[in-house]
Structure formats: C-alpha cells, structure tokens
Design a protein around this ligand. Sequence first.
Ligand code: GAR
Length: 218
Amino acid sequence: MSQQHNSEQVCHVVVLISGNGSNLQALIDQQLKHGYRIAGVISNRADAYGLQRAKDAGLTSQVIDHKQFDSREAFDQEMIRVIDAMDIDLVVLAGFMRILSSAFVQHYQGRLLNIHPSLLPAYKGTQTHKRVLEAGDREHGVSVHFVTEELDGGPVVRQAVITVDSQDTVETLQQRIAEQEHRIYPEVVGWYASGRLTMTDSCATLDGNRLPPQGVRQ
Ligand code: GAR
C-alpha cells in the first residue's frame, strides 16, 4: 500500500465508520471533484447508518464487529488484514469511534487521516460541543489530522473555525460543525490523492511546506 500505486493511478481510499456516516456521504459525493475513489467502507457496528449510505452508493462494505474479538490488538489485526487485501492508498477515519492500537497506527503511519470536532489540541476525546459550551468558549471548530499514537494528537492538516454565540446548543454546534466537516474533509483527501499532502518527520507537509500547528485554516 503506497500513495497512488494501484494500477489505475487513482488514490484508493477505505473509509472507517461507526455510525451515521454523514462524513462518508460527503466523501462519496465529492470523489470525482477531488480525484480519489472510495474502494470500500468498514464499520465496527452492524447498525451504523453509514452502511446504508455505502450500499446506496454501490460501494463494497464490511462489518468487523469489535465485540467478536478478545482484544483491541486482535480486532485491529483483522482490520489490517481486510484493508491490506483491498489495495488501498489511504485510510480515512470518519466517525470511527474506536481507539486504535499502536500496531495499527504504525502500519498506516502517514496514510491515516482522522476528523475530530474541535480545534485541536483543545478538547481531545468525546463530547466536545458540550465541553465548549460549558467552558463558555466563543470559538469552536473542527480539525483534520494525521493519526499518530497519541490520541487526537497527530499533526493537524486543516481546521475550520466557527463562532459560538449565546443561543448555541449542542445540537446547533453539531450541525454547524458537520457543515464544515463536509466541506473540508473531502478536500483534504483530495490533497493527499494528488500528492500535495504528506506526513514527514511527524509534520504535515502541503506542497513541500511544513504546516503550522493549526494546519491550514480556512
Ligand atoms: C463527526 O463529527 C466526527 O468529527 C466525529 O464523529 C462525527 C461522526 O459523524 N469524530 C470523532 O469524534 C472522532 N474522535 P458522521 O458519522 O455523521 O460522519
């Protein structure tokens, strides 16, 4: 598995999901525009709505239920086995709510992207919208980053910022964050697909330039 080394010279992507899959939908809808191809979808949950989205788009999907494995490592090894059999250039986590083992992260180092609903390094982990509201923050946002062994800690590629106002609730923030996610994630995958984006020495690099800690902000 390496960047653009499949036979068609189109970047083949596998998308990992656990739930609704709205980011998967955005990635599906913008494949042609951004020059990558989704070669498969994997969910760790059989009831993930994203599986229906994959089916509607005619994509191959597979459920690998983490509860069927004795350990995180065993589950991740099975994912590696399935993904490596797919001739994939990039692994895209889109609401995949599992902590990944070191072995998995190392196996796909530099070829593994995640989207997280906060302005990293702020608010790693879960319930980010609630925590932003509780803290009274006036700014919130979303980050796309390369995945490293530090949870939600890999180099940031891109962030989108939204303003939080006094009327906002978890639901309104979630909706506005989702709009930003659907805008920036397919574009970042396109950057990778065209060879513009790499991870070099634990830094995200775009067009040969190391990105600042907050990545590209637009
Ligand atoms: C998205 O908001 C994504 O940023 C978040 O889960 C949601 C999935 O929505 N991911 C994380 O919190 C990862 N730590 P979706 O299933 O509709 O794409």
